[in-house]
Design a protein around this ligand. Structure first.
Ligand code: ADP
Ligand code: MG
Ligand code: MG
Length: 271
């Protein structure tokens, strides 16, 4: 059915490399949703394929820190995806607002966001479809981490995600966004869920420093003595370089992180 028959389009919420997301209101009950449609980059068939793949994945995901899937539709032969509306926007806007106002993001807020991203990622890496399969997000970056009206974290954009049998490593596909590419991927080596951990580290680095990971980040990895801006806890100062380790094996898994006393303590905080 036609999008306009079901929804009133309010405004554009955001745009990525593949999709354009709009805020819509249900004609039936006034409920708000985010509707993602796919840009016609080269051809309709390709856009359709991307949409189908993302829908197939979203259908299998259910976690409080992963964006909710509310259905799909066709509009002029184009697929659209109906998503939970995240009124708080994405972390990219949060970081750039903080940077332009020269107002650091409060430490407790960073800890809370980190813990919620960690829970979402742990679900993907360890609980997805039981223990037999694992899901790599492969495109974790501030643009793809959303906040709802209450400020709760909702990991989004599973367009590049990959389902694998547990323990398998991906060897071929070169995906991701430059600036966030883990070193093993850049080197053309096999990679696994530790690639997502690297990206988690990139986001944490940005939340703490309000700086985009770039060559400075490579410096961070070499200089083990990396220090965040003043005021961050010793735990945060050791966590960031650990997540950004060049060697994937040195990066903790989500299970390792959840078992870390400092993080276990952050998880107990009343956010
Ligand atoms: P792409 O696959 O093209 O990167 P995304 O799914 O990441 O598309 O969506 C693009 C942008 O739209 C996001 O970076 C975010 O700013 C916004 N957006 C996406 N989904 C939602 C949502 N459910 N609620 C609010 N904004 C959203
Ligand atoms: Mg995106
Ligand atoms: Mg995408």
């Amino acid at each position: 059915n036609n999008l306009a028959e079901t929804f009133i389009t309010i405004r554009v919420l955001g745009e990525g490399g593949f999709g354009i997301v709009k805020l819509v209101k249900s004609r039936k009950d006034g409920q708000l949703f985010a509707v993602k449609s796919f840009k016609q980059t080269s051809n309709t068939a390709q856009a359709l394929q991307l949409a189908e793949k993302e829908i197939a994945l979203l259908k299998t995901l259910a976690h409080p820190n992963i964006v909710g899937f509310h259905g799909m539709g066709f509009d002029q032969k184009e697929r659209y995806i109906i998503l939970e509306y995240c009124a708080g926007g994405d972390l990219r806007s949060m970081i750039s607002d903080a940077a332009s106002q020269r107002k650091p993001i409060p430490h407790h807020r960073i800890q809370s966001i980190f813990c919620q991203m960690l829970l979402a990622l742990h679900y993907c890496h360890h609980s997805y479809k039981g223990l037999r399969q694992t899901l790599l997000h492969r495109d974790l970056k501030p643009e793809n981490v959303l906040l709802n009206a209450a400020g709760q974290v909702k990991v989004a954009d599973f367009g590049l995600a990959k389902v694998m049998a547990n323990g398998l490593t991906v060897t071929t596909s070169f995906v991701g966004t430059s600036g966030y590419l883990p070193p093993e991927l850049v080197a053309g080596q096999p990679y696994d869920h530790k690639a997502d951990i690297f990206n988690l580290g990139c986001i944490l680095f940005e939340l703490c420093t309000l700086r985009v990971p770039d060559h400075a980040l490579r410096g961070v990895q070499r200089a083990r003595e990396f220090l965040l801006p003043a005021g961050h806890s010793a735990q945060m100062n050791s966590l960031v370089p650990m997540l950004l380790s060049i060697e994937p094996a040195r990066r903790p898994s989500t299970a390792d992180l959840l078992a870390t006393p400092a993080i276990a303590c952050w998880l107990q905080m009343p956010w």
